[in-house]
Write a protein that binds this ligand. Structure first.
Ligand code: SIN
Ligand code: CO
Length: 386
């Protein structure tokens, strides 16, 4: 099965991850956002995509979001990356766990792993987080606000979960840890096994051996966040003329009072704030593809000219940068917080180019598509793989 790739990898015959005997449709109907699902051998032979040493090395990069959680007796400590080898405890008295976000920005194979979850819309996807913990390590019992698939890499992890729990947190801890947690179900996950958890399901993972876990996380903005962001969007996109005026102003008895005429006029002015479905779509595309704060794109230092770029795309392998987020609307392509109005033909051509990473598709690009692609190239949104 060929899967559309919003990140621009060559995806040939990529199949979805196994959901046991469930089809994606059945999974969505019966489990998604509802109840946990354990899938044994979801990815047979899965042994991880990078070693724990490489993960530690990645956590030292200042463009990478990482956290080191150390448990010392009953005390929890949190260190944010970039981390240096000195940050990691060497004594066996302490247990710890290292968590690295957005590993898909750095490894094409991690990006390919995300695509195996393409039965969920890309607009809902967040990132691939990889964790490492020595035996006994973990980040304590907690709940997350997001759906997550926990895919076991090398080593084993013991998972306990509960639907019902007291949500009081340990106040002294720098991370969210439940004061009380009583498991309702538990399993030991072996490499390639996977556990799906809906939002707000309490869980506690303890490394049985030194182990790595791959968390495929989803995003679901709060209503407050969506409204705040939409108001900001409107601020940037609404333009109006006119100015408050009162040629028929009357002398009022209490000059300190806001007069009802002023209120009335202001209400009329505010009625000029209008939007339609197209505005909401444009906002969503821009908002959902906005790069995270720590993400930077590398613009080419000496960019090719437009003509040189045009001949290079036939010869070289270009792909969307792994850090790129791309979505499409009815009449737009959204890439990294920018909206590109496109005709259906240009949308198709650019999607084919970006999703299938098929060099032959560059022959089918018309001038308009090439101009957009060139703009992406100059912005550092696409890169060569060779
Ligand atoms: C982990 O991988 O250590 C924790 C993942 C989670 O609890 O969400
Ligand atoms: Co969690």
């Amino acid at each position: 099965m060929t899967v559309c790739n919003s990140f621009g990898e060559t995806i040939i015959n990529t199949s979805f991850i196994s959901l046991g005997n469930l089809t994606p449709d059945t999974f969505l109907q019966q489990y998604w956002q509802k109840k946990p699902l354990l899938v044994r051998n979801a990815l047979p032979g899965f042994n991880g995509l990078l070693s724990h040493k490489e993960l530690i090395q990645l956590s030292g990069n200042d463009e990478v979001q990482s956290r080191l959680v150390i448990q010392k007796d009953a005390q929890w400590l949190l260190k944010h990356g970039p981390l240096s080898p000195r940050d990691f405890p060497n004594s066996t008295e302490n247990t710890w766990a290292l968590l690295v976000q957005d590993v898909n920005h750095w490894l094409p194979s991690a990006n390919n792993l995300l695509l195996k979850f393409g039965f969920i819309p890309y607009a809902r996807m967040d990132d691939l987080m990889v964790s490492y913990a020595p035996a006994g390590g973990g980040i304590g019992p907690h709940y997350d606000s997001y759906d997550v698939f926990l895919l076991q890499g090398p080593g084993r992890r013991y998972w306990e979960v509960a639907a019902n729990y007291d949500s009081q947190l340990v106040t002294s801890a720098p991370i969210k840890i439940l004061q009380q947690f009583k498991a309702e179900q538990s399993w030991i996950l072996e490499p390639g096994d996977m556990l799906y958890l809906p939002p707000n399901y309490a869980h506690h993972g303890i490394a049985v051996d030194a182990c790595m876990t791959y968390s495929i996380g989803f995003r679901a903005p709060s209503h407050q966040e969506l409204i705040d962001q939409y108001l900001m969007y409107l601020q940037d996109h609404l333009e109006t003329d006119g100015r408050y005026c009162d040629p028929d102003l009357k002398h009022q008895g209490h000059p300190w009072e806001i007069h009802r005429n002023m209120l009335q006029q202001t209400r009329q002015i505010l009625k000029k704030i209008k939007w339609n479905a197209a505005d909401v779509e444009n906002f969503l595309g821009i908002y959902l593809t906005e790069p995270k704060a720590h993400v930077f794109f590398n613009r080419p230092k000496r960019p090719l000219s437009f003509d040189a770029f045009n001949s290079a795309i036939h010869k070289e392998n270009f792909r969307l940068s792994l850090k790129s987020r791309m979505l499409t609307g009815r009449k737009q392509i959204f890439l990294n917080g920018e909206s590109y109005p496109v005709t259906p033909a240009i949308k198709k051509a650019l999607c084919t180019f970006a999703y299938h990473q098929d060099n032959s598709s560059s022959n089918k690009l018309n001038d308009e598509s090439r101009k957009i692609l060139y703009q992406w190239y100059v912005n550092g949104f696409i890169e060569t793989t060779s």
